[in-house]
Design a protein around this ligand. Structure first.
Ligand code: URA
Length: 188
């Protein structure tokens, strides 16, 4: 499979997607960013204001936290892949609706198949719910399982799933930053 070509196709489909209402209010869809042969894929929730403006994931305040976390384990943005469950910004950064997640998740599924990361890191509860269900894992409270490594084998191979708190929780809370920094060691 030509990964670049397939990702280009996914991008074009997302640009023209009308499967939910979010295309009406977004400025730019946010498909994802990083290496198509990444070992580690980060899955967030949905674009916020700056992501919608720039068409790139995690470029606002939560993105700054994510950059620090990546740096703490010596990872660069261009060696991982970063995306979201929902590709278009929900108005006023509200939570994505179940029907929006359902409509959009086929793109994330295709990105996972294409990149075939060894590790999927979920950022926040929406990514946790979606990925855990997808991989047949029993969802538990994030406060209980953050930073733990779950190993799953299926017909596509062996994956490590690591649920983390969303980096936005650390924007104004140094304790949470400490927790995230500690949990990030599992990513390494
Ligand atoms: N929050 C997310 O979940 N994703 C982004 O891309 C930015 C903020």
């Amino acid at each position: 499979m030509d990964k670049e070509l397939e990702m280009k196709k996914i991008m074009e489909e997302i640009e023209n997607c009308r499967m939910c209402e979010l295309y009406k209010t977004r400025s730019n869809p946010v498909v994802g960013d990083g290496s198509l042969s990444a070992d580690t894929m980060f899955v967030g929730e949905a674009p916020g204001y700056w992501e919608d403006q720039k068409g790139k994931p995690f470029v606002g305040r939560a993105g700054k936290v994510l950059d620090e976390l990546l740096e703490s384990v010596g990872l660069k943005r261009d060696e991982v892949y970063i995306t979201n469950v929902v590709k278009c910004r929900p108005p006023n950064n509200r939570d994505p609706l179940p029907e929006e997640i359902k409509a959009c998740s086929k793109y994330l599924d295709r990105q996972i198949l294409l990149i075939h990361p060894r590790t999927i890191v979920t950022l926040g509860r929406f990514a946790l719910s979606y990925i855990f269900e997808k991989f047949g894992l029993k969802e538990e409270k994030i406060s209980k399982i953050h930073g733990k490594v779950f190993t799953v084998s299926n017909i596509f191979g062996r994956f490590r799933i690591i649920p983390l708190y969303h980096p936005a929780v650390a924007v104004y809370n140094q304790n949470m930053k400490g927790t995230l920094l500690k949990d990030f060691k599992s990513v390494k």
